[in-house]
Design a protein around this ligand. Structure first.
Ligand SMILES: C[S@@+](CC[C@H](N)C(=O)[O-])C[C@H]1O[C@@H](n2cnc3c(N)ncnc32)[C@H](O)[C@@H]1O
Length: 219
């Protein structure tokens, strides 16, 4: 299954059937359109207006004309910088295809913008294209808890797809988890270890991660 299909499956699990979905950085909008078809209310966001217009046209053609279904109250478009957004309570916020450093910045701003109880009701699906270890370190340090995780290999690249929610700071931080699809685990660890070892200077947490990957690969 490719990255987009895995994200859709993770978003449409039983727990999320009633959640409003935000497909942020949506570009082609495939994730949001599929979830709209499955009955979710969807907000599409991208800062590039013509991309959002293309999605609007596709939805109007496919869903309204072809199937005669009135979806107009089920979707909305947010054409702006995702950093500026706020979300309805209990929403599922999907962020994929952008860098982990931008996602760190977004999460910081979103947390500041929502009251704590409201923020704790949100779930996030995060699938950065790069800097996923930096994002993971940020999430673990700040007190996000993993609900589910999938590793995915799509056209020879590995992606780490996490569903997380904010629970508040914890005493111990676990950078290495055990995602469902263990078949990829060893290759994924090797891949991330190689990426870390290419860096000239490693921070303390990166060095500790290198040691953990090495000992896991020896086992
Ligand atoms: C590579 S696409 C990702 C598409 C899709 N989410 C995926 O995973 O395949 C990245 C999209 O993010 C949008 N984007 C980048 N920075 C953004 C920001 N700060 N706010 C809103 N959209 C942004 C770009 O316009 C682009 O369409």
């Amino acid at each position: 299954m490719n990255r987009i299909s895995q994200i859709i499956q993770l978003a449409h699990s039983a727990d999320d059937s009633n959640r409003v979905v935000y497909d942020l950085f949506c570009d082609h909008g495939k994730v949001g359109m599929e979830l709209l078809k499955k009955g979710h209310r969807v907000f599409f966001n991208d800062q590039v207006p013509h991309l959002v217009e293309e999605i609007r046209n596709k939805i109007e053609q496919r869903f309204i004309e072809d199937r005669g279904i009135e979806h107009s109250r089920s979707y909305q478009f947010l054409i702006e910088d995702a950093r500026k957004l706020s979300f309805e309570e209990n929403s599922l916020v999907i962020c994929s295809g952008v860098g982990g450093l931008l996602l760190k910045e977004c999460l910081k701003l979103w947390k500041e913008r929502h009251p704590e109880k409201h923020y704790r009701s949100l779930q996030f699906i995060l699938c950065p294209s790069y800097y996923d270890l930096e994002l993971r370190h940020y999430l673990m340090t700040l007190g996000y808890t993993q609900v589910e995780e999938i590793l995915c290999r799509d056209r020879s690249r590995f992606y780490d797809i996490q569903k997380v929610e904010f629970k508040g700071p914890k005493e111990s931080i676990e950078m290495i988890s055990r995602p469902k699809n263990e078949a990829f685990l060893e290759e994924f660890y090797k891949n991330r270890l190689t990426m870390l070892e290419r860096k000239r200077v490693l921070s303390t947490w990166e060095q500790s991660l290198v040691d953990q990957f090495k000992s896991l690969l020896l086992m």
